[in-house]
Structures are given as structure tokens and as C-alpha cells.
Design a protein around this ligand. Structure first.
Ligand code: SF4
Length: 427
């Protein structure tokens, strides 16, 4: 993964005295040993934390570096910045929205695995050509939400309430005390879950929190909680320092090495991702993989086959919690940006058709063919591998899972829980 070196750091004054802000400032050595916490600096307006000539004076506070700006109105940062500038500007701010959001795959016409998103950051300093963040964000900055501890208290409340109420379908069936299914919560939708973890230390807050609440809720027969940290990096140093319990799944998006090299700029190589997965397994984490987006190109069969062989050399397939498959999907706006930013890339110009959810995908025949082949290659490695399709419609699911080359294999246990469920009570 390419290093993240911010040219500018904006800090909302409200979150100056939080663990996440302190971690970031310490990482970049922006606080001297004499004044390791911003609040200490706030208390002494005569204190100078540096003798250097790059100090920055912000009201009563003196930072060691002139890259920092304290702000009151984070909503104004990044509104006029380019995508490239936004990737070099770090904005540390408070998050005020809902603590859970349903994954955007849950749209009419699509099958859904009932995935929830916990917002902890927005944007990514790596630069995959197909990344939807290029058009999706309304401001361009690397946003980190620093009030994580407060957000986790809200999460706790929601999960505990859910534990005390039965989900609608079960209640309708007169089953009041059935064990609830686990909730799967991910952080990797609007940002890579681990790309900045060495700087923010956020996993050091998330992993123990979800480990503890998962074991408490399971103990109460309330159904567990799974935290999924999704990444394209090998940035796992913090994870290796912790005992994960059984509640954290670290998952990697995987692509053949030639796709990584040509289209996933600044990310860790396929080998680095697989080696990181093996280390996480050894440390006691559960692991998962996402073949997403699956890209159609001249030698795709060889590419994906080799990738699966490469996985099998590094990882015991029996230890993989799940693998998802999802084809490349683009919106009209994203295609326009890709053509401007990645002029030499063939990805935005491939033949695609518009689906029910408005996204463009490869024609049905190609998608089914690719899924069937890749699904079968995975089952050759482990015939009961939990597998699911991401953001696909029921027709494609049916065609893929009942195709001749798969029908005689063991059915995937994940096919059933991955079907659309009622919204979970309390969320
Ligand atoms: S790693 Fe993920 S979030 Fe980052 S640019 Fe690539 S697709 Fe987007």
C-alpha cells in the first residue's frame, strides 16, 4: 500500500481532545513529548511545542507543524477540491448521523445479505479506477470521524434493544424466544477499513468493543454481532496486537495480480493481501474474501484460476468464513469520471447493460458464465465453501446455483442466510 502523507490536516475543534485525534497527531509527530495531548496545549497559551520554524499558531494552540488548521465548520472543507487534492487532505471531524446504515445493495430487484455499515471514515488515499467513491462523495477530503467512542455507545444501545425484541417474521410466527441471527456490521463501504489504521488506531477501539458485546449478547441468547473489516491492504499491525475473540472477520477484496497492478493503484499486491490474511488467521481472526469487482478481460479465466490457486497455496480454504462474488458495476456518473481520470483504461468503455438498480453491468450471459466458472473453481478447493453473490438479482442467483456444473456439488450454506431478510428489529 502506498503511504498516506497528508499535505494538510483539518481538525474540527470539538474533536481535538479525542483518542483518534491524539493518535493521528502523535503518528505524524505533531505533538512534542512535553505536550502530548492537545488539551494540555489548550491549557497553556504560552507553551511552545517546538523550536522549529514550521510551527503553526491556532488561537491558543501551537502545533509543531504548519500543515494543521483548526476549524469550526468541517462541512465547508473539500467542497471545491479535486479528487486528487481530497486524497491529500485529512479532515478529522465529529460524525452526527445514524450509527447504522443499510448496505446500498439492499435495493429493489437485488438479493441482499442484510449487511449494515458503521460509518467511521470516508474516502480512500488509494486509487482504484472503478471505485464508486470517485463520484459518490459530496466533498473531497480524507474524513476520519473522531467521536468513535460516543458512536460505539449508540451502537451498544441499538444492539441491546434488538436483543430484547424479536424480529418481525419470528414474532408473527409466534416464536418469541428464538435465537436471533447475528448482525453483520462492516466499516469498509465508504472507506477501506484498514488503510489508515496505523495512523488512527481505530481498530484498537472497534475490535475489543465488538468482541465484548458479541460475547455478552450471545450469552443472553440474543444473537451475535460480526464486525467485518474489509481491506485491500496488508496494514494489520494493530490487529496483530489484539485478541479478537470470535467476532471480527477481516476480509480482503481480491483480484488477479494483473488487475491489481493495472487498475488498483496504490493498493497492496495480491501476495501481500494473502500473507496478511494468513497472519490474521494465526492471530485468531476469522477471515473472508471478496472477488469484487470481477473484471472481464481477455485472459480472465487464467487470471481468476491462478488467483484461486495462489490462495490455496497460502490459505487453508476450510478456514475461510465466506467468499463473495460481484461483477464490475458502474453508474453513468462514474463512467464519465473514469473516462476523464483514467484515459488509457479500458474499464469504462466495456460493453455493459443497465440493470434494475440503474447500475451498468456486463451482459447477463457474461456474468452468469463468469460466476459459474469461478464458483466451480472455488468448490474444487472446498466443496462446502460458503459463497454468495453481491448485488445481483434472483435470476442470476438461480442460473448460477442451479447450473449443471454446480448442481452436483454440495450446496453453499451461505446461500440461505444471504437471501433478503426482514429489516432487523431495532436497526
Ligand atoms: S481500496 Fe477500496 S475504497 Fe480505496 S480506492 Fe480502491 S475501491 Fe476505493
Amino acid at each position: 500500500m502506498k503511504p498516506f502523507i497528508p499535505e494538510k490536516i483539518f481538525i474540527e475543534k470539538k474533536v481535538l481532545d479525542t483518542e483518534v485525534t491524539r493518535n493521528i497527531l502523535s503518528y505524524f509527530s505533531l505533538l512534542s513529548e512535553q505536550c502530548p495531548k492537545p488539551k494540555n496545549i489548550l491549557r497553556d497559551d504560552t507553551l511552545r511545542c517546538t523550536q522549529g520554524d514550521r510551527e503553526s499558531v491556532q488561537g491558543d494552540i501551537v502545533f509543531r507543524d504548519d500543515r494543521i488548521e483548526l476549524i469550526d465548520r468541517p462541512q465547508e472543507i473539500g467542497l471545491k477540491s479535486s479528487i486528487e487534492t481530497g486524497k491529500k487532505h485529512l479532515l478529522i471531524q465529529e460524525y452526527k448521523g445514524e450509527v447504522f446504515e443499510h448496505c446500498p445493495a439492499g435495493k429493489p430487484g437485488m438479493m441482499c445479505c442484510n449487511y449494515f455499515i458503521f460509518p467511521f471514515a470516508q474516502n480512500c488515499h488509494m486509487d482504484c479506477e472503478y471505485c464508486f467513491l470517485q463520484y459518490y462523495l459530496n466533498k473531497q477530503a480524507m474524513v476520519v470521524y473522531a467521536n468513535i467512542e460516543e458512536l460505539l455507545q449508540k451502537v451498544k444501545k441499538v444492539l441491546e434493544n434488538r436483543c430484547h425484541s424479536s424480529p418481525k417474521p419470528l414474532a408473527q410466527a409466534g416464536i418469541q424466544k428464538a435465537r436471533l441471527p447475528s448482525v453483520r456490521i462492516g466499516t469498509g463501504e465508504y472507506a477501506d477499513s484498514l488503510a489508515l489504521d496505523h495512523i488512527t488506531g481505530i481498530s484498537r477501539l472497534l475490535v475489543p468493543f465488538f468482541r465484548d458485546i458479541d460475547s455478552r449478547l450471545r450469552g443472553n441468547d440474543g444473537g451475535g454481532v460480526i464486525l467485518e473489516l474489509k481491506t485491500k491492504t496488508n496494514n494489520i499491525e494493530n490487529l496483530l496486537q489484539m485478541n479478537p475473540g470470535g467476532s471480527t472477520v477481516v476480509s480482503w477484496s481480491l483480484s488477479p495480480e494483473e488487475i491489481v497492478k493495472n487498475h488498483e493503484h496504490g493498493t497492496s499486491s495480491l501476495t501481500e493481501r494473502l500473507e496478511a490474511a494468513q497472519k490474521c488467521l494465526e492471530r485468531g481472526y476469522k477471515i473472508g474474501f471478496h472477488f469484487d469487482p470481477i473484471v472481464y478481460y481477455k485472459n480472465w479465466e487464467e487470471g481468476y484460476r491462478n488467483m484461486i490457486e495462489h490462495m490455496a497455496q497460502k490459505i487453508d480454504f476450510k478456514k475461510i468464513e465466506w467468499i463473495s462474488l460481484g461483477n464490475l458495476r458502474l453508474t453513468r456518473e462514474l463512467k464519465t469520471i473514469m473516462k476523464l481520470r483514467w484515459r488509457e483504461s479500458p474499464l469504462a468503455g466495456q460493453e455493459m447493460v443497465r440493470s434494475l438498480d440503474g447500475r451498468f453491468r456486463y451482459p447477463k450471459k457474461i456474468r452468469i458464465h463468469m460466476y459459474q466458472k469461478i464458483w466451480a473453481w472455488i468448490l474444487e478447493k472446498r466443496n462446502d465453501q460458503p459463497l454468495y453473490l453481491c448485488m445481483e438479482n434472483p435470476d442470476i442467483w438461480r442460473e448460477v446455483t442451479t447450473s449443471e456444473n454446480l448442481i452436483n456439488k454440495a450446496p453453499s450454506p451461505f446461500v440461505i442466510p444471504a437471501l433478503r431478510l426482514e429489516p432487523l428489529a431495532g436497526i
